[in-house]
Write a protein that binds this ligand. Sequence first.
Ligand SMILES: Nc1ncnc2c1ncn2[C@@H]1O[C@H](COP(=O)(O)OP(=O)(O)O)[C@@H](O)[C@H]1O
Ligand SMILES: [Mg+2]
Length: 855
Amino acid sequence: MAPKKKKGIGPGVQVWVKDKAIYGTDLYGKAEVQSIDEKQQVTVVTSNGEKTQELVLPFEECHQPHPGENVPDHCQLMFLSPPTLLENTRARYMEDKIHTLVGSILVVVNPFRRIPGIYDEAMMLQCINKKLYNAGCGPHKFAMAEQSYAAMKKQRNNQCIVVSGESGAGKTETNRQLMRYLIWRGNRDKTNAEDTLTQKIMDTNPILEAFGNAKTTRNNNSSRFGRYCLVRFGDTCDVVGAQVRVFLLERSRVTSTSKAKERAYHVMYELVAGKTKHTKALPPESFYYINLSGTMDCPGRNDADEYRNTASALLSGVGLSADEADQMWAGLAGMMWLGNIDFGTADTATVNAKGADDPIRVAEKLLGVGDMEKLLTTRAITVNGEVTFAKHSVPNACAARDALVKIMYARLFSWLVVRINQTVDDVKRAKHYIGLLDVYGFEYGFEFFEVNSFEQLCINFANEKLQQFFLSTVFENEGKAYKEEGIAWTPIAYQDNKQIIDLCENATGGIFKLLDSACKAPNATGKAFCSGLHEAHGKKSAAVFGAPKMGKAEKRGKEDHFLVKHFAGEVIYFAGDEKEPGFLEKNNDSLAKEVEAHLLESNKPIVRSLYETCASPSPKRKVAVASRRHSPRLRPSANKFVKSLRDLMTELQSSQAWFVRCIKSNPQLKPLLMNGESVIDQLRMSGTLDAVRLIQGGYPTRIPYEAVHSRYAKLLSDVPGVDMKSLTPAEFCEAIAEACGVNKDEYSLGTTRMFFKMGAAAFLEELAEADPEEMKPKLMEMFALFEAKRRAKPMMEKTVAMWLHRRRYEALLPQIRKEQHASKEKAEKAYARHMEEARKKEEEERRRREQEERC
Ligand SMILES: Nc1ncnc2c1ncn2[C@@H]1O[C@H](COP(=O)(O)OP(=O)(O)O)[C@@H](O)[C@H]1O
Ligand SMILES: [Mg+2]
């Protein structure tokens, strides 16, 4: 339904208005209009029961409420505005309806509690062969999965479902349910479904989450990596395998999680809770890396139970042998023991190992390598071809050790993914796939003590790219489709983010490019990199780039900080300084050659394999390299990341895309609570509000003429009263649309397709897919009815004209009555005035006569 103008606003009418002082985090509340002045300023009274105040607002800031019940598609809202969108979301959320559509986009609100039955098989059954909008259970993730599955089956092409939203909005949970449905659906018609394969595919979730998820203040199970999972289908659209791809694991979480109420990766706590020999059954407080934040527990997670689950999934799901699994756990424990090494308190780092139980000795044993002391406490310097060793200071030794652990962990994670894919992927039998994308949400540490660094920029950049993909798919392609089909199109304004993407990834002068150059320059520093950025973009990209504003609470200066105005908000990044590592150090994906060489000599095959794929030198060269002992050359990880994102985008563009926008109901992670301000922000930033506007104003459903004509033209040759044979495909479809009662203003005719307003083409869509023979009687009935109506038209027109006349008269009646009343009043007043005047005259006459008589 097209959005209506705000005609009905007037005194006594209830409207939505924004008043944070009264409505708090609800932001909007209903208020009664008192008056509207000639400058279109509206006076309303807002109240929250305790406080009441009068507010004068511009007319545009008063929004008409949606009349009636909540609607399953936001596009059905009678009056679109941020508060009506919020109200519909809230009303549905309170009824446990967490899914709402925006055309073919699905919006899901995180309920932060298990809603009984919501993911049962009964729900799945209600989605089979149903469209997104007519699933028996209403809008649902399963219906979205069904839609992509049906499209893949029909078009025989690849599909992708892009799930986005901020941290804690429910992306990973949504992905899990989408995957569950797709696997269930793909195996439904199979008598000998490969239960073990499907179980293995589902097992990839807990494994990846154990190694790649962590407790943060925003989400107790926050994914710290991006994941694109392809569910592969064979000839008969049955599940034949899966492939997992991962992006940019947040490495600093392994060694430097010091923020209160946050934890390092779940698996590190699981390993300790598992009380294995590798951790000597010590409590978690004994391990420096996981003790840094002081938070050991994660609500809703029992680390000892999870250890058992992960350990068994590694054997069954990933297919590791018992020995491999043991080496893997030993390797992980080795990294945690490295964190416990004490480098002393002197000016230069030393390790005073006291026997076999000293952390360095335990770590060496677990990693299967020889003495690591020299590697960790010195660095090689080459002067005039001569190599000397300089002792590290204690902080530098800690930093070098942490860098080693971070890279080892990241490689272990990648190795695990390779092994998972070896177990669950089957390219040979695969024909098509449905890709499920779960990329970490936009991140912004907005408190002044929170540091946003290289990893946050990468995460936010990934979100920018996804937002651009969403906008181009939904908005730009929309314009193109109208143009191609010769249909008039009024573009809808939306928040574009091209400038920010350019700022980050431009081949010349983009932030990542400048970072790359800075890393290659000798003696580069974070400050130099930062000043280069301000120089290049301070003026040129002022709309999206800048320096933090300095104030009393804000101490972040331009020399080592910069600001990016992302689509989801402004973020201040710390480039790095003498004391704290920043972009340059974090952009380093390589270890010093001597460290790599040392680890390559491990007697543990798994430890070796982490380096074999990354360290290229042959054994002979290895020795040569080791003896040359170069200091580390930076291998920038941003390049790899930007490239992998580009590849991902190309892949997404080559498949049919569906979008799920996850919304976090409240930052407290509580059930039945909705923070209106934050929900509106998310709906606006995610482009959802603009998308509703776009769909309401356009023709979102398209049906190719041929899809209907080729199936029904012959069948309907005997329709009475209409010569169907003589009609072109377009005319044929129009005749059917008219027979189905679709109004003329609800469709538009393109060159190859018919464009419909939202919800107007349900019957035609069914026709395009149903069995023509089955549909024929229904159609004949409709045409008969249509023909009867056509014949009755002159008669009906007469009746309608009379009816309209009466309606108009009825509509005018109050006015006529008012006017009649007014004229009656006027006449009565005039009569009263006349009587009064006559009385006065009579009185005067009488007085005059009396006076004359007296005289
Ligand atoms: N549909 C849902 N029903 C119940 N709980 C949910 C649902 N979606 C998310 N959650 C819970 O909310 C938390 C955050 O969800 P998650 O999917 O991890 O968010 P994200 O991946 O967007 O950061 C999780 O603990 C999860 O259990
Ligand atoms: Mg997640």
